[in-house]
Write a protein that binds this ligand. Structure first.
Ligand code: SPD
Length: 373
């Protein structure tokens, strides 16, 4: 089933359009003008996607980027963000819907809606009932990114990258500390993966269970140089990091950047055999968006098979439009780390809606971890 989703295709990473300062600046540009204010993940769109939309529609796009659901959510919950299209992860969108942040989508305004993968839409409907408020942009996994030569030098081969043991056993992580270890900077991304590794429910909300993840993470802390959710792309590519917990397409972009630079750094991505999280990033229109016609036009444009394919080809994340697959580069289409085969897909879990009452616990444990307390 996940393969069917994967077969659906992807959108992309950074680039394109003018990057708006978040919130207020975007709002200031809106009144009266033919504009669109978009807030998307960094490194998540092909270079010509936004300029192509601007040319075609005669609209100016203010394009801002973020690298964490928490940052986006803070702006949305504060209200008056000025954004017309945003891209939260599904587990955050679920609770933002409950908080009244978004307007329901009028599907009749999206002529490419019928091209979305029905299996994927069914899965998403668990957290966005009736698929009322969002459409998927891209999906992917959280896994291990590594420098092939450094890993082989430390362990004799790269086989160990097939298991979370590489990252979650302190004696293994210690062997990579000299060349740069980076973790995603978000408890909502890392804790579920650790719990799954420990054989616990990855979506547990029980503080006693979450404490097991915290205890393990504390044993790893001495070997982690940096917590960051986007800098690892460049760090892997230029060789200043050799082991990361990161997102699939981001690590593969690092591999491509290194290859293109000719610096000799070889980067690879692994979905560990114990399984990991499968995420969906969703396009949604805030309830107070000012440029709603342009927002629909932009979402519909992103769902065109040729646009979705261009994005996937650029960012190496799969999109949800099956009709785009024939236009996706063969190397991407056949890459099992991008489109996981059924035996790998069977081990992937979806992140549940994060209950707001867990926020304080997550924030505290993460602060303690990062500060080494
Ligand atoms: N550089 C773009 C990465 C997008 C990752 N989205 C992750 C959401 C995970 N819940």
């Amino acid at each position: 089933m996940v393969c069917g989703l994967a077969a659906a295709v992807a959108l992309s990473a950074c680039g394109g359009g003018k990057e708006a300062a978040a919130g207020g600046d975007a709002a200031a540009a809106a009144p009266g003008g033919n504009v669109l204010n978009v807030y998307n993940w960094s490194d998540y769109i092909a270079e010509d996607t936004v300029p192509g939309f601007e040319r075609e529609r005669g609209t100016e796009v203010n394009y801002g980027v973020f690298d964490s659901n928490e940052v986006l959510e803070a702006k949305l919950l504060a209200g008056g963000s000025g954004f017309d299209v945003v891209v939260p992860g599904l587990q955050f969108l679920g609770r933002q819907v409950q908080a009244g942040v978004f307007q329901p989508l009028d599907k009749t305004r999206l002529k490419n809606y019928a091209g979305l993968d029905p299996e994927l839409m069914k899965r998403i409907a668990v957290q966005d009932p009736g698929n009322q408020y969002s459409v998927p942009y891209m999906w992917g996994t959280t896994g291990i990114g590594y420098n092939v030569d450094k890993l082989a030098a430390a362990f004799g081969s790269t086989e160990i990258a097939g298991s979370w043991d590489l990252v979650f056993k302190p004696e293994n992580l210690a062997k990579m500390q000299h060349c740069g270890v980076m973790f995603l900077d978000a408890p909502s991304e890392v804790v579920p993966v650790v719990l799954n590794y420990l054989g616990e429910d990855p979506n547990s909300t029980d503080p006693a269970v979450i404490a097991k993840a915290t205890a393990l993470l504390k044993t790893l802390r001495p070997y982690i140089q940096t917590f960051h959710s986007s800098q690892y792309i460049e760090a892997l590519a230029n060789g200043s990091a050799c082991l990361v917990i990161g997102w699939s397409g981001d690590v593969l972009q690092a591999r491509d950047r290194a290859d293109e630079s000719g610096n000799g750094v070889k980067v690879a991505y692994s979905i560990p055999k114990e399984g990991t999280s499968l995420f969906f990033d969703m396009l949604a229109i805030p309830a107070d968006a000012k440029n709603v016609d342009n927002a629909y036009a932009f979402i519909d444009y992103l769902l065109r098979p040729e646009v979705a394919a261009a994005n996937t080809n650029f960012i190496s994340f799969p999109n949800p439009v099956p009709g785009s697959l024939p236009l996706v580069d063969e190397a991407i289409r056949n890459d099992p780390t991008i489109y996981p085969p059924p035996e790998t897909a069977a081990k992937l879990f979806t992140l549940a809606i994060l209950p707001p009452e867990l926020d304080r616990l997550f924030t505290r444990l993460w602060t303690e971890l990062k500060t080494g307390r």
